[in-house]
Write a protein that binds this ligand. Structure first.
Ligand code: TRP
Length: 337
């Protein structure tokens, strides 16, 4: 299908942690890969957003490249999708300023990410506005993201509508978020909390964990009282393991429960470990090959940035014009009278 008749999809991920974790793959990246044939996809590594933690510069640079390699290893295909680094497209920061001027102080204060940290930098405060710019620059119809990003998408829709109401129809309002229930991955050591990069202990499965580390983490996962392998609210640990097994194998939870009738938690853990190793071992291999070839990564990113800039500049030119920013006069040779 030609790009013009396919829906536009955009999403981003921050280059934090030492790798992506299982929850990033389940909640976001596996959907990104699956959408590449039906949609005109733009996927980026959000290095500007990563600056809110003021990471070590050398580490941020390295991790940004690794994050790109990881996305490619997880199935993003630069021949079908535009894969790029956020800071390579200056229009993100430029549109964020214009949108920030339409965002209420109270509105930004109510965003949970800011509220939960109880303050911080102006960058943290305006984080959702930059994210809105990321999305609106590419006229995205849909934004596949984890459940925790729903509020950011709602702000994005509000800002697009506000811009259009103030200046005339300019920005595409992305579709409301439609997440899947029941596929939220929890920490293996504390199944009451979602798995996250920031916890990052023995309860977090990294996409790039080696098979030994991965198996060990699954084997020491917290389970529940009783012995039956069933998903239920009073068995959060077992439910989490069944959910992981379900997304890793593509079998639904009821079918898995039947498989494990008469078996125990140890069998379940062994199956989960095997499934995750089968899933991620090839990813690790592709990742190793990709980081060993920096020239190839550079070429992918140069091409991605070029394609992204073209689309972003089209939107930004319309925004400047609508908002009344004076277009610069064409340069003329110095000395010409
Ligand atoms: N805030 C997102 C996260 O933490 C990352 C992100 C930045 C993003 N810009 C985006 C996601 C634009 C979707 C669209 O996961």
């Amino acid at each position: 299908m030609p790009a013009a008749s396919r829906p536009r999809v955009l999403s981003g991920i921050r280059p934090t942690g030492s790798s992506f974790q299982l929850g990033n793959w389940v909640g976001a990246v596996r959907h990104w890969a699956a959408m590449q044939d039906e949609a005109d996809c733009f996927y980026f590594v959000a290095d500007l957003h990563a600056l809110i933690d003021t990471p070590d510069p050398a580490q941020l640079r390295r991790r940004t490249r690794e994050a790109v390699a990881e996305l490619l290893a997880l199935g993003l295909d630069p021949a079908r999708s535009t894969v790029f680094v956020q800071s390579h497209v200056r229009q993100h920061a430029e549109l964020a300023w214009a949108l920030g001027c339409l965002t209420g102080f109270g509105e930004a204060s109510r965003m949970t990410q800011f509220k939960e940290k109880g303050g911080g930098s102006v960058g943290l405060f305006t984080y959702p506005v930059l994210q809105a710019a990321d999305i609106l620059l590419y006229a995205a119809d849909a934004v596949p993201i984890g459940e925790d990003q729903r509020q950011h998408l709602e702000l994005t829709r509000d800002l697009a509508q506000r811009f259009n109401a103030r200046y005339g129809d300019t920005l595409v309002v992305p579709a409301a978020y439609q997440g899947r229930e029941g596929e939220r991955i929890k920490d293996l050591q504390d199944p009451a909390r979602k798995m996250s990069k920031s916890i990052g202990g023995a309860g977090t499965v990294w996409v790039l964990d080696d098979p030994k580390a991965l198996t060990k983490k699954v084997r020491s996962a917290v389970t529940d009282t009783g012995r039956e392998v069933v998903a239920s609210p009073d068995k959060p640990g077992v439910t989490n393991l069944l959910t992981i097994l379900s997304v890793a194998t593509g079998r639904d939870v009821p079918a898995l429960q039947d498989d494990f009738a008469g078996k125990g938690y140890g069998d379940l853990k062994a199956a989960v470990a095997d499934a995750l190793v089968a899933l991620f071992a090839p990813v690790r291999e592709r990742y190793d090959a990709l980081v060993a070839d920096p020239g190839h990564l550079d070429a992918v990113l140069a091409e991605g940035a070029e394609r992204a800039r073209e689309v972003a500049e089209r939107t930004m030119a319309a925004v400047r014009e609508r908002a009344g920013l004076l277009a610069p006069a064409p340069a003329h040779p110095t000395g010409a009278a």
